[in-house]
Design a binder for this molecule. Structure first.
Ligand code: PMM
Length: 288
C-alpha cells in the first residue's frame, strides 16, 4: 500500500476536513462534573464542549457512561438524562456532536436531539437494536474493537498476533454492520486502545495503523490519557505512572503520529495540543 492509499478521510453526511480531525471528549459523568445538581452538570458540560471547540475541536464526543475498567454501568434513564440535553445544547450551537453510547435508545434520542454520529465502543454488540437504529437514521457509526465486558471491567485480552486479530475481528464487525444496513461510506473503525489490551498491545497496534487503514474505512484513534501512556512515561515497569491528567503531552504525540499515518480523527480530552499536532502533521504532509 502506498503512503496515501489507505487514507479515508471523508464520511458521508459529515464535514470533510483536509487533515486529521480532532474529536474533543465531554464525559457527562459525576466524577467529571462533581458538584451541583443536574442543571449545573448539563450547563457545565455544554460549556466544556464549547470550550473544546474554541480550542480547536472539530467535533465533540458526548458520553454519559464510563467505559473504564472497573466502572459499573449506569442505568438507561440516567444515561439519557445526562447525555441528551448536552447533545441538544451543543448541536443547537452548531457543534458537530458524536454520542458515545452502547445503548440504542440513547443513540436514537441523541440523534433526534441533533447528534451527527454514533460512537459505540461495543461496535453494535452490546445492544441488538443499535445497528438498526443507526441504519434507519442514516448516521455515521464508529465501530470499535471490543471483546465485551466482565463484571466490573474489561475482559482481559489474550492475543497471539494482536494486529491480525484486531483487524480480523473489526472486519467481521464491519461486515455485520453492513449487513445491518449501515452504508459503507458511513463506517469508521477504531482499534479500541486499552479495551482488553495491555500497554504492549496498544503500542503494537499504533505501530501498525496502516493495517487498520487497509480495512478501507476512516480510522479513529483514541489514545487520550490511557494507561499505556502512563506505562510509557513511567519508563521502568516498577515505576509509578503519572496520573491521567499528566498524560496530555504524550497524547498529543500520539495524535501527531496517528495524523501522519492517515487517521481520520483522534479523540482527546485536552484539545489544544492535539489541534496543533494535527496541523503540523498536515503541513508536513503538504510539503511531501
Ligand atoms: N475510549 C473510551 C471511551 N470511548 N470511544 C472510542 N471510539 N474509542 C475509544 O478508545 C474510547 C471511546 C474510554 O476513554 P475515556 O473514559 O477516557 O473517555
Amino acid at each position: 500500500m502506498s503512503k496515501q492509499t489507505g487514507r479515508r478521510r471523508h464520511l458521508a453526511g459529515l464535514t470533510a476536513w483536509d487533515r486529521c480531525a480532532v474529536m474533543g471528549v465531554v464525559n457527562v459523568t459525576p466524577d467529571s462534573f462533581s458538584d451541583g445538581g443536574r442543571f449545573f452538570d448539563t450547563t457545565a458540560a455544554i460549556k466544556h464542549g464549547l470550550d473544546l471547540v474554541a480550542e480547536g475541536a472539530d467535533l465533540v464526543d458526548v458520553g454519559g457512561e464510563s467505559t473504564r475498567p472497573g466502572a459499573t454501568r449506569v442505568d438507561e434513564d440516567e444515561e439519557l438524562r445526562r447525555v441528551v440535553p448536552v447533545v441538544r445544547g451543543l448541536a443547537s450551537e452548531g457543534v458537530t456532536v458524536s454520542v458515545d453510547t452502547m445503548r440504542a435508545s440513547v443513540a436514537e434520542q441523541a440523534l433526534a436531539a441533533g447528534a451527527a454520529l454514533v460512537n459505540d465502543v461495543s461496535g453494535g454488540l452490546a445492544d441488538p437494536r443499535m445497528i438498526p437504529v443507526v441504519a434507519d437514521a442514516g448516521a455515521p457509526f464508529v465501530v470499535m474493537h471490543w471483546r465485551g465486558l466482565l463484571e466490573g471491567g474489561n475482559v482481559r485480552g489474550t492475543y497471539t498476533d494482536v494486529v491480525t486479530e484486531v483487524v480480523d475481528e473489526l472486519h467481521a464487525r464491519v461486515e455485520a454492520v453492513l449487513d445491518g444496513g449501515i452504508a459503507p461510506d458511513r463506517i469508521v473503525v477504531d482499534p479500541g486502545l486499552g479495551f482488553s489490551k495491555d500497554a504492549e498491545h496498544d503500542l503494537v497496534l499504533l505501530a501498525h495503523l496502516d493495517r487498520l487503514l487497509a480495512l478501507g474505512h476512516p480510522l479513529l484513534v483514541a489514545a487520550s490519557r490511557k494507561r499505556f501512556l502512563g506505562r510509557v512515561l513511567a519508563g521502568r515497569p516498577e515505576a509509578t505512572p503519572p496520573p491521567a491528567r499528566e498524560r496530555d503531552a504524550a497524547t498529543a504525540a500520539v495524535s501527531a503520529l496517528a495524523a501522519h499515518a492517515g487517521a481520520w480523527a483522534v479523540r482527546v480530552h485536552q484539545v489544544r495540543a492535539t489541534a496543533d499536532a494535527v496541523r503540523v502533521a498536515r503541513a508536513v504532509e503538504g510539503a511531501r
